[in-house]
Design a protein around this ligand. Sequence first.
Ligand code: CA
Length: 240
Amino acid sequence: MKTLPSVLVVEDEAAIAELIVINLKHNGFRPIWAMDGIAAQREIETAVPDLILLDWMLPGETGLVLARRWRAQPRTKDIPLIMLTARGDEVDRVSGLDAGADDYIVKPFSTKELLARIRAVFRRRTPELPEQTLSIGELYLDPETYRVSYQNQTLKLGPTEFKLLHYLMRHAERVHSRGRLLDQVWGDHVYIEERTVDVHIKRLRESLAQAGAMIETVRGVGYRITAMPAAMALSAERAA
Ligand code: CA
């Protein structure tokens, strides 16, 4: 018999937690309730859940702090994570995603919405594992270890920049619109502005240093990663 996917529900408000737990149970999931970060950590140490639903405002450490920590640890970094937030402003949503959340849900939410988001995250995450190292020229990305290197030098990337690079490298040489990148990298966040993509592309280029030239802006269309960027071709010609 196939075991049901487990969902760790980190939520301090008992009424909300109970509602989520009941609905998950009725829809083929195995929910585990933790009231705060300490209880959640204990559950994770016992068994790694298949997905984490993480409330932003918790007693003790906030969901944002927990998300960052879990993303940084090998045991927890691959667990799909959905943040629950009562706050509405964009800055928070972006920082939640920057902390490594796959998605977020704004309270109050309907059960239908919650289940749809959970299923979408599972769909997005599942076919990606396990994955092979990707390379373009001397740029390497290992999705398993979250390592990126160029000319044998390890590069440090933020979680969003990593996801962005991962997506671009999986679909190299193709031009992607900002809207497509938002869909594919951030999820179905129609309310995030397209300039968010520009901000992260800028950061990605900075993190890639020399290899940043491989991320090309295609005017009026979007971005692509290419093995032979125009900028590099020029400098190669000059060097010859
Ligand atoms: Ca709360």
